[in-house]
Design a protein around this ligand. Structure first.
Ligand code: GLC
Length: 459
């Protein structure tokens, strides 16, 4: 009996300790590795959709820096005393009139064409493995029926739909990972300005937990953290809950935007944005899982005045993906759906082009890691990744000359992905020389970029 009691006591403490594996300190939180699925996934699609998708406007061509071209900042800009603010205000007053309030856009947000299954299909065709949807941007409007944002959510006004829920179901059904973007701060919530602690305890944290419990996302991507240190946002407490107790504790990935001091320092994977925020040599110097995000054009939210010149070409996007993955990162490429729920056809085309390239060359992207030997090979237009012992040489231009690669100890057979014919190569010492085959339009395996695989080249 006594022994039985002792055993029960030990078991109880063991379970307690295990249940509280992570403490609410950065040291403890940072000790949790970024889940492997995230590092293997490489390509995700960011989706910015909100009330700002109604005006869907920013001065795309003005010489005002990238941030002022974000259409999702519309509400802030029309109130801002700055050159960018003037451009937004002039547009707003002319188009809608001075008395037209931003809040009046909400009932105009109708989503007759939003078909989550079709969206999931587009994402899948892009070859992306996860998405991150703005559950709430800085405007505070939630895309799910949050109790805390009464009458400022997509169920009470506008779409009258649970956008987070509908998309979560379709994305999971398609076998992809679901993620949410969530802005910690809210521009015009009076509670945020009057009583931060109350805002955090009674508004923000309950919303964050609600999102996790309702939709069980695989990614929790915070932003809008810059006003306060993480302590004020109670970020480590939330993360300890997420990692110890939440239903997604074993698989959830998070980013690094948890307080004004945390980017590139604490949290899960690090984030860069338009190569600007915490960029270190295009990210490749970051010794930690990381992810670059940007739009196809100059904005995250849909900007209806952007034209082809503002958009990256499919060629440039494939090159960007290669550059980031070779540097050890992921690419979170943003799309901005229209107010009525469509993914603009031009954005779809860009995604499909990336997807078609990945169908042939995905072996050199998914599940790969950065090849440390690349430091000895700073050849223009040539990048490297590795998977197991295999080395991939990714050429963003088809090489006109033989490729000379240094630092290969035991390279074997070489192939060009998607190409049936033989590829000639020779090894002399630690140097490997590949002679690119002659391609015709019939034998060319893909557009935009070409990949040579060197078996056992990364040993
Ligand atoms: C930024 C911006 C925002 C965008 C985002 C994406 O901090 O404020 O509009 O959603 O980050 O990285």
């Amino acid at each position: 009996m006594k022994r039985f009691f002792l055993f029960g006591l030990i078991l109880f403490f063991y379970l307690q300790v295990n249940a509280q594996q992570y403490q609410p300190t950065w040291e403890s939180i940072d000790s949790r590795p970024v889940p492997q699925w995230f590092e293997d996934a490489k390509l995700g699609i960011f989706i910015h959709w909100g009330v700002y998708s109604v005006p869907a406007w920013a001065p795309a061509d003005a010489d005002i820096g990238i941030y002022a071209k974000y259409a999702e900042w519309y509400w802030w800009r029309i109130n801002e005393d700055s050159p960018a603010g003037k451009l937004f205000r002039d547009y707003h007053n002319k188009r809608y009139g001075e008395d037209f309030q931003y809040q009046d856009f909400a009932p105009m947000w109708k989503t007759p064409h939003f078909d989550p299954v079709r969206w999931a299909d587009v994402i899948k065709k892009a070859g992306a493995k996860y998405i991150v949807l703005t559950s709430k941007h800085h405007e505070g409007f939630t895309l799910w029926p949050s109790e805390q944002s009464w009458n400022w959510n997509s169920m009470d006004i506008g779409p009258h739909r649970d956008l987070c829920g509908e998309l979560t179901n379709a994305i999971k059904e398609a076998g992809l990972h679901m993620g949410f973007y969530y802005s910690l701060y809210e521009w015009y919530n009076p509670l945020y300005h009057e009583n931060l602690e109350k805002y955090v305890d009674e508004h923000m944290i309950p919303q964050m937990k609600d999102l996790v419990l309702r939709y069980q996302p695989d990614i929790f991507w915070t932003d809008g953290e810059w006003d306060y240190p993480s302590e004020k946002w109670k970020s480590t407490e939330f993360l300890a809950w997420l990692y110890n107790e939440s239903p997604v504790k074993d698989r959830v990935a998070v980013n690094d935007r948890w307080g004004k001091e945390t980017r590139g320092v604490h949290g899960g994977y690090f984030t860069t944005e338009y190569n600007l925020v915490h960029d270190r040599e295009g990210g490749s110097e970051i010794k930690h899982p990381w992810e670059e995000c940007r739009g196809i054009g100059t904005s995250f939210g849909y900007n209806q005045i952007e034209d082809l010149d503002n958009y990256m070409t499919s060629d440039a996007l494939v090159d960007l993906l290669i550059e980031k993955v070779a540097g050890g990162g992921n690419l979170l490429l943003d799309i901005g759906p229209t107010v009525d729920g469509l993914i603009p056809v031009i954005q779809q085309e860009r995604l499909f082009d990336i997807g078609k390239w990945l169908e042939v060359n995905g072996d050199a992207i998914y599940g790969t890691r950065k090849w440390e030997g690349s430091v000895n090979n700073n050849t223009e237009n040539v990048y490297f990744t590795k998977k197991g012992n295999h080395l991939y040489v990714l050429c963003t231009e088809f090489p006109k000359e033989p490729l000379v690669i240094k630092g290969i100890k035991t390279g074997g057979k070489v192939s060009l992905l998607g190409f049936e014919g033989k590829v000639k190569s020779k090894k002399s010492g630690n140097t490997f020389i590949i002679t690119p085959p002659v391609l015709t339009p019939q034998t060319n395996p893909s557009n935009y970029a070409w990949v040579f695989k060197i078996e056992n080249g990364a040993q």
